[in-house]
Write a protein that binds this ligand. Structure first.
Ligand SMILES: [Ca+2]
Ligand SMILES: [Ca+2]
Ligand SMILES: [Ca+2]
Length: 148
């Protein structure tokens, strides 16, 4: 079963809808170990990202009822979403919840709302969410290209 449908803390809320996946009282987004497995989120995410190496790019970008994704293809934002999902952080849920609190930070178009299946897969929405929450790096001079 996919991690998103599990109920890690057994509170009858499946992980993808649970604000506190490990049930320790700290909301996922503020919890350094959101799934409570003893491994920090960043390491969990990196481990999960490495498992996605080799997955084909989803060239249909969600068109035709996501058939490309269903057959294993991913787009750039899926790398982040899938990597963090197994760490216990569901950006899809975080973005939707944030829209309900501060919709004004997202592009004001009738189709750009959580009811749209592509809402959480739009990079501009993820960036707006990160910017509004202070998750954007201000000093990136020490970053370098990843090495496989
Ligand atoms: Ca739960
Ligand atoms: Ca927690
Ligand atoms: Ca963890």
């Amino acid at each position: 079963m996919s991690h998103r449908y599990k109920d890690t803390d057994k509170d009858r809320v499946i992980n993808m809808y649970d604000d506190d996946v490990d049930g320790d009282g700290v909301l996922n987004i503020y919890d350094d170990d959101a799934d409570g497995d003893g491994i920090l989120n960043i390491q969990d995410a990196l481990n999960n990202a490495k498992k996605l190496i080799g997955r084909p790019y989803e060239q249909l970008t969600g068109e035709y009822r996501d058939v490309g994704f269903k057959f294993g293809g991913i787009v750039c934002i899926d790398l982040i979403n899938l990597s963090y999902e197994k760490a216990g952080i569901y950006f899809e849920k975080e973005l939707r919840d944030f829209f309900n609190k501060k919709s004004e930070i997202f592009r004001n178009k009738s189709w750009n709302n959580p009811d749209d299946r592509c809402f959480a897969r739009r990079v501009e929405n993820f960036e707006a969410y990160c910017r509004a929450n202070g998750f954007i790096l201000k000093d990136d001079k020490n970053l370098s290209q990843g090495i496989l």
